[in-house]
Design a protein around this ligand. Structure first.
Ligand SMILES: NC(=O)c1ccc[n+]([C@@H]2O[C@H](COP(=O)([O-])OP(=O)(O)OC[C@H]3O[C@@H](n4cnc5c(N)ncnc54)[C@H](O)[C@@H]3O)[C@@H](O)[C@H]2O)c1
Ligand SMILES: [Zn+2]
Ligand SMILES: [Zn+2]
Length: 393
């Protein structure tokens, strides 16, 4: 089959690779109809997440048709499914309390050491996201093997086309969980850093949860425009002093809740960011925490911090003083996708959530390398790229 494979920093290629096969009784094989490139994939593309090996198949946002099932899969051939990016067994302690992205059984034992050293305990398995998270082949391919197919995939009705439901695999639940983690109360002013797909869905979710005001921060005009179209007020960080603007917009006490939908590759020429860009390049201290620092400074005393943006390693000059003295709450994590797919599918079906407004490009799988390059280098206009293995090149 054809698949998008990683070969090094800024080097991804569509290659011919072996077809996936059923390995375990609960597996299913899915023929991919749509698969998206995520901001998280850029961290692999940029080489700032450890553990990728040449030839690894990327991609964790995908859907398609069931073409083969193991004897213990509950799926049936021909069903149309969206697959969560988190691989979860459904039976361990964390899965039982719906913390699916912390599954103890999905990252094979021989792959657990790296994340156990970095995080204290091993990570769960994720599709197409390095050997840190299990080394699973991803879904930017014609076919993919889905382990625990009785737990993760959600069957979607035929009348909803791929564009409407694909994002149940990651960014829609991620935006929703980001807002849920901000514990939004009806009078809250919420600031969201990053108007990429995750930030945009976080804005949409925060407003749906009743936030009085959402302030979106980015520097790309079109992305800021998309945020305004959802009902957010905006700050362009290249034009305004973010902390001063947020103080003014929150009655002088700081915002009630902050959402970091940027993560470890912040843009901008702030001094701390410039230092960390340099450190990231030479591999000392992996994370650029500029946005997280700014968010912690911007939140009011007693406020709430939500971190959907991905960080991978360590960072310097973290504001521990502000963190402690302000009495704030922090919630974070890879999304517990399986917890949210059903309620969010209902919102898509009843028309209360549009998920298509941010799609900018649909490309054949053969064009995936160009998709990565443009999503990275022309972020303003390339807001979300969907790859279609079935589309003629
Ligand atoms: N927690 C999860 O499960 C999960 C799931 C999906 C994505 N993510 C993460 O969420 C983050 C966003 O994903 P995305 O797909 O929206 O990515 P993206 O790269 O498309 O968007 C990031 C946005 O952040 C903006 N930005 C950069 N520096 C900024 C700054 N200093 N201030 C304000 N905005 C700034 C960029 O201009 C860009 O628009 C990534 O870190 C990604 O890895 C996490
Ligand atoms: Zn993603
Ligand atoms: Zn589990």
């Amino acid at each position: 089959m054809r698949a998008l494979t990683w070969h090094g920093t800024h080097d991804v290629r569509v290659d011919t690779v072996d077809d996936p096969e059923i390995v375990n009784p609960r597996d299913a094989i899915i023929k991919i109809t749509s698969t998206a490139i995520c901001g998280s994939d850029l961290h692999l593309y940029d080489g700032v997440i450890p553990g990728c090996k040449p030839g690894d198949i990327l991609g964790h946002e995908f859907m398609g048709e069931v073409v083969e099932t193991g004897p213990k899969s509950t799926l049936q051939k021909g069903q149309r499914v969206v697959v969560p990016f988190t691989i979860s067994c459904g039976g361990c302690f964390h899965c039982k309390v719906e913390q699916f992205s912390a599954c103890e059984n999905s990252n094979p034992a021989e792959k657990q050491d790296m994340s156990a050293v970095l995080y204290g305990q091993p990570m769960a398995g994720l599709f197409g996201y390095s050997h840190l998270t299990g080394g699973y082949s991803g879904g930017q391919a014609e076919y993919v093997r889905v382990p625990f197919s009785d737990i993760g995939p959600i069957v979607v009705p035929d009348h909803l086309d791929d564009d409407k439901v694909l994002f149940l695999s990651d960014i829609l639940p991620t935006g929703w969980m980001a807002a849920e983690n901000a514990d939004i109360q009806p009078d809250d002013t919420v600031a969201v850093w990053g108007c990429g797909p995750v930030g945009l869905f976080a804005i949409q979710s925060a407003l749906a949860m009743g936030a009085a005001k959402v302030i979106a921060i980015d520097h790309f005009p079109h992305r800021l425009e998309l945020a305004r179209s959802l009902g957010a007020e905006t700050i362009n960080f290249r034009e305004s002093h973010v902390l001063d603007a947020l103080m003014e917009m929150s009655g002088g006490i700081g915002v009630d809740a902050v959402i970091d939908a940027v993560g470890m590759e912040a843009h901008g020429f702030a001094f701390d960011n410039m230092m960390e860009v340099a450190k990231q390049k030479i591999g000392i201290g992996a994370d650029r925490a500029h946005v997280l620092r700014q968010a912690i400074m911007a939140v009011r005393f007693g406020g709430k911090v939500s971190i959907p943006g991905v960080y991978g390693g360590l960072t310097d000059k973290f504001p521990t003083g502000a963190l402690m003295e302000k009495g704030i709450q922090i919630k974070s994590g890879q999304t517990h996708v399986q917890k949210y797919t059903k309620p969010l599918l209902e919102k898509i079906e009843n028309g209360s959530f549009d998920t298509t407004f941010l799609i900018s490009h649909r490309l054949p799988l053969e064009d995936a390398a160009r998709g990565y390059k443009c999503f990275k280098e022309e972020q303003d206009s390339w807001t979300k790229v969907i790859l279609k293995p079935g589309m003629a090149a």
